[in-house]
Ligand binder design. Structure first.
Ligand SMILES: N=c1c2ncn([C@@H]3O[C@H](COP(=O)(O)OP(=O)(O)OP(=O)(O)O)[C@@H](O)[C@H]3O)c2ncn1[C@@H]1O[C@H](COP(=O)(O)O)[C@@H](O)[C@H]1O
Length: 112
């Protein structure tokens, strides 16, 4: 059980470790590589999560999802986007259904 541990708690850990310069910190090492490398890593974790969702057991999927959320928080940190901004957007979307929100999105340019 995770108790009261939240993504906001992990966000604070990520912020502190990214700024720590601690040679033993994976977060510091990743942050030092910069946004392009970290974003690429996030993409890899997303693919690994998809593979786990389709072909692995529940524990493997939970592990890959944890890797994905952690790497997302590192990317958000490097971009200076607080988790609160993501949560505010998700909360705003609760006012309507996903399909209603989708219908309001700009349609892709058909090339005309
Ligand atoms: N939640 C995580 C977390 N999830 C995944 N990972 C790391 O993400 C990496 C993903 O593994 P991969 O095999 O995909 O990648 P890798 O080959 O190890 O790394 P690359 O060389 O590919 O970059 C592993 O090294 C994991 O340890 C994490 N590292 C840190 N945290 C949290 O961050 C805290 C601080 O960690 P440090 O910054 O290491 O002190 C920890 O106490 C945790 O709470």
């Amino acid at each position: 059980m995770s108790g009261s541990f939240t993504l906001a708690d992990l966000e604070a850990i990520v912020a502190a470790r990214a700024a720590s310069g601690d040679p033993k910190s994976y977060t510091a090492k990743l942050a030092a590589k910069g946004l392009p490398k970290t974003a690429k890593k996030l993409g890899e974790e997303a693919v690994e999560t998809v593979i786990a969702a389709l072909a692995e057991d529940d524990a493997a999927l939970a592990g890959e999802a944890a890797d994905l959320l952690y790497h997302l928080l590192v990317v958000l940190r490097l971009r200076g986007v607080p988790l609160d901004a993501v949560m505010a957007e998700l909360q705003r979307r609760t006012a309507e259904t996903g399909l209603e929100e989708k219908a309001r999105r700009p349609t892709p340019d058909a090339g005309t």
